[in-house]
Design a binder for this molecule. Structure first.
Ligand code: XBP
Length: 246
């Protein structure tokens, strides 16, 4: 019996990695006067490292031109990460980054069914507010019974910490929740937390999605899902998600 729905953010609610974080990282490099830029293909590889700060450090350690000492690398990564998050906020606060198809409808399904929802992401807290305010309004937090980010869960996915905290905050057992995710690290975090997961493929994570209850191209598409939905529909709604989890 599903008693709560848990949302990942990046790639799931919106294509934030491609259209937000990557653009912002490159603006940060330019602003800080560092000589490198990340291509979309390189960023796709770097997404194996969860967390923007950790991703920067990982990349810098492969670059002879980056700060020579470990302390120098960490200081520069902190500066670049701060700059990146500022540029990211500018991009998403303008409302220029839409929610993915079917997200608003599933949020509405859950509200209508009085099913508690939580945000379960290991991105920075400011990034979530900046993304959701333009779409859900100033009282966006009120739509969620809990909002868990890197501030509460510093151990990033695939560590299950953020999902375990979400379950505790909602007062539900692992078998009573379902998560919506796009990335392998998120799927693995769900597996370790024993939470059922529905996977929506995203730009950088087109699949496969081993271990998911179901996987498909978008919540806004009724076709292309495995397993195939029981009844044909234009989108994936709460009823179908409950069916996949039963
Ligand atoms: C997504 C991430 C994040 C964002 C950048 O985490 O890996 O690192 O790319 O966010 P999740 P920060 O799947 O848990 O949403 O720069 O704020 O770390």
């Amino acid at each position: 019996m599903i008693r709560a729905l848990l949302w990942d953010v990046d790639g799931t609610l919106a294509e934030t990695e491609r259209d937000g974080h990557l653009v912002a990282f490159n603006r940060a490099f330019e602003t800080a006067g560092v000589p490198w830029r990340w291509s979309s293909a390189h960023y796709g590889e770097l997404l194996a490292v969860a967390g923007g700060y950790e991703r920067l450090l990982h990349d810098m350690r492969q670059r002879p031109e980056a700060a020579a000492s470990s302390a120098g690398c960490e200081g520069l990564a902190r500066q670049l990460h701060r700059l990146k998050n500022g540029f990211y906020e500018d991009i998403v606060r303008s409302g220029g980054l839409p929610l993915r198809a079917g997200v608003a409808e599933l949020l509405a399904d859950c509200a209508a069914a009085r099913l508690p929802m939580a945000i379960a992401t290991t991105t920075s807290p400011g990034n979530v507010a900046a993304l959701l305010e333009p779409h859900l309004g100033g009282d966006w937090r009120g739509r969620f019974a809990a909002v868990l980010t890197a501030a509460e869960a510093p151990r990033k996915k695939p560590d299950p910490q953020v999902y375990e905290l979400a379950l505790a905050a909602l007062g539900v057992g692992a078998g009573e929740a379902v998560a919506i995710e796009d990335a392998p690290a998120g799927i693995e975090a769900c597996r370790r937390a024993r939470v059922a997961v529905i996977v929506v493929h995203s730009h950088y994570f087109p699949g496969p999605a081993a271990g998911a209850r179901a996987a498909g191209p978008s919540l806004g598409a009724g076709a292309g899902w495995q397993p195939v939905p029981a009844a044909p529909a234009a989108r994936v709604g709460l009823q179908q998600i409950r069916a996949w989890c039963s």
